[in-house]
Design a protein around this ligand. Structure first.
Ligand SMILES: [Zn+2]
Length: 192
């Protein structure tokens, strides 16, 4: 199975959300967890591509913000590579910092994307002692809307909540193994 991994944001151009107390950056957590997911999926026999950029789609703001960037966007790259599944990795943040906790997995709608999201969410909740925020439909997200294959966006935990932020520092390996197991659970389910 060909798995396209997209750690969210960009370590150079866009930090994503930041913990106000520790300065922990979403882009760095996503990069570390994404690299670990790639490691575990390759051990399981998957072929992986990893691309971290917020230049997400031809219509996204990334291209006009960073006109020096050449080449394809994240979703175009995944589509041209012929990925079987697409996994974007992010950290959540609440409108009022620190007020929410938990893990959720987002998909475009029903079908294979929702099944993939369910497999990953189940593994995350089995591995991490956290709040189960469930699978959510987010059809407006570019990485879910502009991808041709089943796609999910994992919100690992709330980086602006200090308890969740501790998980994001201490449990990166467990998050990654759970995401990888979710992908292989999905692979077994669809391939029988
Ligand atoms: Zn994000």
């Amino acid at each position: 199975m060909k798995v396209f991994l997209n750690p969210g944001h960009d370590t150079k151009y866009d930090s994503g959300a930041i913990n106000p107390n520790s300065g922990l950056r979403e882009c760095d957590v996503a990069a570390h967890v994404g690299a670990l997911v790639k490691h575990y999926l390759e051990l399981a026999g998957c072929e992986c591509e990893l691309m971290q950029s917020d230049n997400l789609a031809p219509t996204s703001k990334g291209r006009s913000y960073y006109p020096d960037r050449q080449g394809l966007t994240v979703t175009e790259t995944a589509n041209e590579w012929g990925a079987d599944v697409f996994v974007s990795i992010h950290c959540n943040a609440a409108p009022e910092a620190g007020t929410a906790r938990g893990t959720e997995t987002e998909c475009y709608g029903g079908g294979d994307g929702e099944q993939l999201a369910g497999c990953i969410q189940n593994q995350l909740i089995d591995s991490i002692d956290t709040v189960d925020r469930g699978v959510k439909y987010m059809p407006e997200l570019l990485v879910l809307k502009c991808t041709d294959m089943p796609a999910v966006l994992v919100e690992l935990a709330f980086i602006d909540n200090d308890d969740d932020a501790a998980l994001l520092v201490d449990r990166q390996n467990d998050f990654a193994r759970a995401i990888a197991r979710g992908v292989t659970d999905y692979e077994q389910a669809v391939e029988g």
